[in-house]
Design a protein around this ligand. Structure first.
Ligand SMILES: Nc1ncnc2c1ncn2[C@@H]1O[C@H](COP(=O)(O)OP(=O)(O)OP(=O)(O)O)[C@@H](O)[C@H]1O
Ligand SMILES: [Mg+2]
Length: 139
């Protein structure tokens, strides 16, 4: 497991951009952490690395947004899918088994359908270390 600490959303974004260099096409990242912990900030960094400069917005209603760049990025936010059946998630396989990179906010909501090679990134706050502190782990 790797562990990082950031003290601003910009730092979290930069961390995403740096980690992007270690990702190959087909990578799947489960982004796990409470509301406002920095998952989307991290996605912005990955899109900085691979995307075409498009602005990242949360796919809360569309469930997935695509960013075309050197490697396609599929940004999921499955917050609204609380207890989906496996059938309801069938359409996701086209993305999971593609040559793009899948970034999935609230991935624990769809834990059962995530491929085995999914990388888990956790985001957490620690009030003792200040409002802008985030601990980010990769495993
Ligand atoms: N170290 C930090 N890293 C990331 N964001 C930070 C940090 N410090 C403060 N913030 C603030 O926390 C918020 C993080 O928002 P962001 O949308 O990235 O969270 P999220 O985990 O995607 O939330 P949601 O579950 O609602 O999608 C922003 O308002 C950002 O400015
Ligand atoms: Mg978000």
């Amino acid at each position: 497991m790797k562990r990082f600490e950031t003290y601003s959303s910009e730092e979290t974004r930069t961390l995403g951009k740096d980690l992007a260099k270690t990702l190959s096409p087909g990578a799947i990242l489960a982004l796990v952490g409470d509301l406002g912990c920095g998952k989307t900030a991290f996605v912005k960094g990955i899109v900085d690395a691979f995307g075409d400069g498009e602005e990242v917005t949360s796919p809360t209603f569309t469930l997935v947004n695509e960013y075309d760049g050197t490697t396609p990025i599929y940004h999921f936010d499955v917050y609204r899918l609380e207890h989906p059946s496996v059938e309801e998630c069938d359409w996701m396989d086209d993305y999971f088994f593609s040559d793009g990179i899948c970034l999935i906010e609230w991935a624990d909501n769809i834990r059962e359908v995530l491929p085995d090679n999914t990388l888990r990134i956790t985001f957490s706050k620690n009030p003792e270390k200040g409002e802008d502190y985030r601990e980010i782990t990769v495993c």
